[in-house]
Design a protein around this ligand. Structure first.
Ligand code: 6R9
Length: 632
């Protein structure tokens, strides 16, 4: 691709161009893609409403860019390698030609069941090739995909389906993840009791379990594809038509549906993938995320396929059947770029070096990290034992809302500094703001991380509620997109992300809002009268969840009540949101205006009670002593 940057000097000059004239810069990058009709205006924007439009008037279909345009030169090149949960099971390989055909067939199945451009379709699926195919099939016909991680509960799935009124659900019979078996179809059946918008469910076969199919609503994919044509024209989409919705947690209320659109997302996904990972034509690239998260969307599917890359998709977990699994897969398939999360690295670190030292890992060229700040020890372990001190590490900072990587080194080109994400990608204008929202321009400072100019894959809205988008991201600091993260900028201008400054907890790289978890706990209104949740540092997960709970009757059986609280959270959200510690308290530290002082609760959860700061403004200062004494 002619947008590949090949030296740090070139990065600097491209960066300068992108700042001097962002529209002209991105128009140049966008020329590298296939447009059915060229755009009229490259960029229109203001951060007040907010309104951002890239490549307006342009027509395209992202799947033509991911598949069709590669057929001539790369038809027989591998597009997708699928590695199953159990290493004894056969892996699957699909060439670009095969993937194209599978996507067209699945797209025709969707059409046969009445799906059309603009319809929302929920995907609740295991990490199997059908998931990749299903995502592309939606995009092929212009339906809006909303992938829900298949670890969320039926209730969380139902909330998402209802929020965007999905017409269809794409799922599977069941899933394998490590030693776990999850009855995926049963969860869908449960969720659909609460959803009236869903007319059709398409089910992939993965586990061959006997599942309950509802006549007239549920259909087996393998039977449906038998009856359809293997050609499916790509639906012409406006650059600003919706491509997908992905739900993510914020500090208030229920998760919101972050909306990405076709043109800008495509351009940024393609451009950022090629440059951050320095992908070469014959490389094998592996991102270990789940497609249920933004990392899987942009860097398992769209980014790699837009570049004609070979992308590996893994069904399992890092520690199954043993802690050497990642390294075994790297050697087995000759992986060149490997992209994972700090939490996985820390979990493997805890298993000792032996399991990694017994693999060669000669193929590796670039290592990536994403999801949360990577601590020094994990960075070094990754660098020394996995990268053998020769593969550069790219610490990639970005968000569901940003669509693609924002601040990161470009593999092997940029200077590295452990725990620092580094410099912004071309087109990205980060700033640090002080309490008043004023830009701090010098280096060697710390502040709130915001972005002052749109890039092509910035979120366009939160589905069905534009005010919420405005309030969450554009109102705190006028004229800026606010990230919710705090950051430092060192003397060399490199960014180091510190973490969330809002009420979002990052557990193993997954985002949860404190309000969301509190609501789940408070739903036990027979037992609970109030709760407050905070994050605290955890060796492996990065952060874990600490819940302070006020019960409305004396706690006689603490273990039983804790179990009920956990069950409520697992039921409302999913296992991944389970509180690690639950402390029963008689009150919470509140200001006179009734606001919970989470700062104090956070300190206590961290075990740091020496510097609680000023507690004199509290309604009931004594409660702090009680909480301190009972801390877990
Ligand atoms: C891609 C993704 C976004 C939040 C973000 C920040 C944290 C992500 C990071 C990082 C430090 C990195 N985060 N990458 N913090 N260094 N390299 O993770 O999206 O799930 O929306 O989470 O994750 O706090 O604001 P998402």
């Amino acid at each position: 691709m002619s947008y590949r940057i090949n030296s740090f000097e070139e990065y600097k000059s491209e960066y300068q161009k992108s700042i001097d004239d962002p529209a002209e810069f991105w128009a140049g990058i966008a020329e590298n893609f296939l447009w059915q009709k060229k755009w009229d205006t490259t960029l229109e924007w203001e951060f007040e409403t907010p309104k951002v439009e890239w490549f307006k008037g342009g027509k395209l279909n992202i799947t033509e860019n991911c598949l069709d345009r590669h057929l001539e030169k790369r038809g027989n090149k591998l597009a997708l390698i699928w590695e199953p949960n159990d290493p004894k099971e056969r892996f699957v390989r699909l060439t670009y030609r095969e993937l194209h055909e599978e996507v067209c067939k699945y797209a025709n199945v969707l059409k046969k069941h009445g799906a059309k451009k603009g319809d929302r379709i929920a995907l609740y699926m295991p990490m199997i090739p059908d998931l990749a195919i299903a995502v592309m099939a939606c995009a092929r016909i212009g339906a809006v995909h909303t992938v829900v991680f298949a670890g969320f509960s039926a209730s969380a799935l139902a909330d998402r389906i209802n929020d965007c009124q999905c017409k269809m659900v794409l799922t599977a019979d069941g899933l394998y993840r490590g030693t776990k078996e999850i009855p995926v179809k049963a969860v869908v059946n449960e969720a659909l009791k609460e959803c009236t918008s869903v007319e059709t469910v398409i089910v992939s076969e993965r586990t061959q379990w006997n599942v309950k199919m509802e006549e007239g609503r549920d259909f087996w994919l393998h039977q449906e594809v038998e009856t359809v044509d293997k050609n499916c024209p790509a639906e012409p989409m406006d650059a600003e038509d919706m491509l997908f919705i992905l739900y993510t947690s914020g500090s208030t209320g229920k998760p919101k549906g972050v909306v990405h659109t076709c043109g800008g997302y495509m351009v940024y996904a393609g451009y950022s993938f090629a440059n951050v990972f320095q992908y070469d034509e014959s490389d094998i690239y592996w991102c270990t995320a789940d497609i249920g998260w933004i990392t899987g969307h942009t860097y398992i599917l769209y980014g790699p396929l837009l570049n004609g890359a070979t992308t590996l998709m893994f069904e399992g977990v890092p520690t199954y059947p043993g802690p050497g699994r990642f390294w075994q897969v790297i050697d087995k398939h000759g992986v060149n770029q490997f992209y994972t999360a700090p939490t996985a690295i820390r979990a493997l670190m805890a298993c000792g070096e032996d399991h990694v030292l017994s693999y060669g890992l000669y193929s590796l060229k670039v290592l990536g990290s994403v999801g949360e700040p990577i601590n020094q020890e994990a960075w070094e372990w990754y660098h020394i034992h996995v990268g053998k001190e020769k593969s550069p590490i790219v610490d990639t900072w970005w968000q569901t809302e940003t669509g693609g990587i924002m601040i990161s080194g470009l593999g092997g080109l940029s200077p590295m500094n452990p725990t620092h994400a580094g410099y912004p990608l071309p087109g990205i204008q980060p700033v640090l703001l002080d309490q008043e929202g004023k830009e701090i321009t010098e280096n060697g400072v710390e502040g709130y991380l915001a972005i002052k100019h749109p890039w092509p894959s910035i979120l366009r809205t939160t589905y069905g509620d534009h005010e919420r988008c405005k309030n969450t991201y554009f109102n705190t600091y006028k004229g800026y997109y606010f990230t919710g993260d705090g950051a430092k900028r060192d003397e060399n201008g490199m960014y180091r992300i510190i973490g969330r400054v809002d009420d979002v907890i990052n557990v193993s790289g997954h985002r949860f809002g404190t309000a969301e978890i509190e609501n789940a706990i408070n739903s036990l209104d027979e037992i609970v009268s109030e709760s407050a949740v905070v994050g605290y540092p955890h060796d492996i997960k990065g952060q874990a969840i600490y819940a302070y709970v006020i019960t409305n009757k004396p706690v006689e059986t603490p273990d039983k009540i804790r179990a009920e609280i956990i069950e409520a959270v697992v039921g409302e959200i999913g296992k991944i949101a389970k509180p690690e510690k639950i402390q029963f308290v008689s009150g919470l530290p509140k200001t006179r205006s009734g606001k919970i002082m989470r700062r104090i609760l956070r300190k206590i959860a961290e075990g740091d009670t020496s510097s609680l700061g000023d507690t004199s403004t509290l309604l009931d200062p004594d409660v702090v002593d009680e909480i301190k004494e009972g801390a877990l």
